[in-house]
Design a protein around this ligand. Structure first.
Ligand code: M6R
Length: 587
């Protein structure tokens, strides 16, 4: 939610660099953008509604500066307008601020400072005004510290003051990473923004502040005391965060599933066994995540039940705090997250920890807040995922859950073999002919208002996930149902030609799902069957490999593609769906 990028260093094209960095972060927010610098003692700023990918770099080439910062916005307080775009300033336009998150007590501070002096509707502007107030009697660093100490809520901010050649950043609840290059420093809300310059990073933790000048100095936000940080080397390659030959990140990331599953299962045996043992030892094990990661958790619930004979409870992270009555020190919470920064997940973790429970996590972004705040964390190794729609991270997370379930049953090696086979079958499936066929199925669906997806058992969560994929990128109203639930209400929605996707695995519930599909067909539905075997009830048949209990991993892939082509055919940008951002760092 919102991209932040700051630069200070040896290059004199800091503004261009910030714009390019922000373009790499656009998936975090694309309502508006803005950049600022100190141009020979004068504040320069450009901010605008729209996508930063459309910014013209030529407009900035003559503006030489070695310090700059900028922001891509996902609006929370105040509409999408130029005035509400970041950076925001103090009344004298000396101090500029970019911000991700929410300052919950902004109204109280705004009233105290005189609401008439504000030019935007944002909560962010109070940051600059309050720092300016303290700046009158304090050095800049102290003024920032004093101001930040008053803010309530979750935030990441970067501040620049004209005439003082350094950037100050602070974090509570929203991600901020410091990239350490050779005589240059980067501040960003996500690593891909500066990956081409350095792979060495310091993660800012909650309640920490960093002063970036000719070096980096970390302070505790509450006490102002200096703190030592560990430098971490990131193993992502810069190219892995680029689109390469693909038109969109979403397609690139779907295609990467040819090998991400294999990478996901390539884990230390001890780590997998450790998690398996923790689940066995726990009394009350919960799985939690949001959106797609939540649907992965639901699939995990089925895997643990079917493979390891173990009941694990799923709760979406936003609902998890309600379960606090059931948590105790012997409980275990397993959280799943691509970004490792989702606010609802972090809150679920806090609740679990407050009851003494242990927290394990499966995350894609190494060193992310969720990874660092877990008692034990596994990195799913899917590589940067930049499209808002989660694809490769989801299948990697499911692969790991399945692997853990097989390990609990004492069959880890067999689990690896099955999943390696899934990886190679997905590789075969993602061939040009398959893609062309999905495109033609998308043609049939693209002008419809509604689509429904059914699945049973481990494919019920995939019906729900399919709906998320279609909704978020194509804006077609899509809903997933447990196949058997249809006749209890949803079947009333079916009319002649209504597109219905049926997930029919080759398993013990196959006949049930076929029967439910026939019920749909009898009401006039147009049936798209996703199945290893053809059936007369299907109007269109998307053939997927038969991979037994791992069927959710292969069934979701054609739907990811379908959602992608639906978006493209409807003239939408699948990488940046309206109203959404890649990582949801607000509650
Ligand atoms: O980064 P996370 O996995 O924690 O994100 C969770 C959800 O916000 C995310 O899966 C979201 O639902 C995606 N847009 C779905 O494609």
């Amino acid at each position: 939610m919102c991209g932040i990028f700051g630069y200070l260093g040896k290059r004199d094209n800091a503004l261009e660099l910030v714009i390019k960095g922000l373009q790499k972060l656009e998936y975090r927010g694309y309502d508006s953008w803005g950049v600022t610098t100190d141009l020979n003692g004068e504040l320069f700023c450009k901010k605008k509604v729209g996508k930063i990918s459309e910014a013209n770099l030529d407009d900035f080439t003559d503006k030489k500066a070695t310090i700059a910062m900028g922001h891509t916005r996902w609006a929370t307080h105040g509409g999408v307008t130029d005035a509400n775009a970041h950076p925001h300033f103090d009344p004298d336009r000396q101090i500029s601020v970019v911000h991700n998150g929410i300052i919950e007590n902004f109204q109280e501070i705004k009233d105290e400072l005189g609401a008439e002096n504000f030019v935007s509707e944002t909560d962010t502007e109070v940051i600059a005004h309050l720092i300016a107030k303290y700046r009158k009697n304090h050095p800049f660093k102290e003024a920032v510290l004093k101001a930040v100490q008053r803010f309530e809520g979750r935030f990441a901010i970067v501040v620049l003051n004209v005439g003082e050649n350094y950037l100050i950043a602070a974090r509570r609840g929203s991600p901020l990473i410091v990239g350490i290059g050779e005589d240059e420093y980067f501040l960003a809300s996500d690593i891909p923004a500066f990956l081409e310059y350095t792979q060495n990073v310091n993660y800012l933790d909650d309640n920490e502040m960093v002063i970036v000048d000719g070096g980096v100095e970390f302070l505790n936000l509450e006490t102002g005391e200096p703190i030592k940080k560990r430098l971490v080397n990131i193993d992502w390659k810069a190219e892995s965060a680029e689109k390469g030959e693909f038109d969109h990140f979403m397609l690139k990331e779907i295609m990467e599933q040819k090998d991400t599953i294999l990478r996901a299962i390539n884990q230390e045996e001890d780590d997998i066994m450790h998690i398996a043992q923790q689940i066995k030892n726990s009394r009350g094990c919960f799985l939690s995540g949001c959106g797609t990661a939540g649907k992965v958790c639901m699939a995990g619930e089925y895997f643990f039940s079917m493979i390891a004979n173990r009941h694990v409870n799923f709760a979406p992270s936003s609902e998890f705090p309600i379960y606090h009555h059931f948590l105790r020190p012997e409980s275990l919470l397993i959280v799943i997250s691509q970004s490792g920064e989702t606010a609802d997940v972090l809150e679920a973790m806090e609740v679990a920890k407050s009851k003494g429970a242990k927290v394990l996590s499966l995350v894609n972004v190494e060193g992310s807040t969720i990874a660092r705040q877990s008692d034990f964390s596994i990195h799913i190794k899917a590589g940067p995922e930049k499209a808002v729609a989660s694809t490769k991270a989801a299948t990697s997370q499911m692969a790991l859950m399945l692997l853990i379930a097989t390990a609990m049953r004492g069959e880890l090696q067999e689990g690896r073999r099955v999943l390696a086979d899934v990886g190679s079958k997905i590789n075969d499936m993602l061939n040009p002919r398959f893609l062309t066929y999905i495109k033609t199925v998308a043609e049939q669906l693209k002008d419809h208002e509604n689509a429904y997806i059914i699945g049973k058992a481990e494919n019920y969560p995939m019906a729900l996930e399919a709906a998320i994929k279609i909704q978020e990128v194509s804006y077609i109203h899509a809903e997933g149902f447990a196949a058997g639930e249809l006749k209890h209400g949803p079947i009333a929605l079916i009319a002649k030609g209504t597109p219905c996707i049926s997930l029919v695995a080759n398993d013990e519930v196959r006949q049930d799902v076929i029967n439910n599909t026939m019920e749909l067909k009898a009401r006039g539905a147009h049936i798209i069957g996703i199945s290893p075997e053809k059936h007369d009830v299907f109007d269109e048949w998307i053939k997927v490999p038969d991979v037994g209990v791992a069927s959710p991993l292969v069934n979701i892939v054609p739907i990811q593609l379908l959602a992608y082509y639906l978006a493209v055919q409807r003239g939408l940008d699948p990488d940046m769906p309206r109203n959404l951002a890649k990582s949801v760092t607000v509650k």
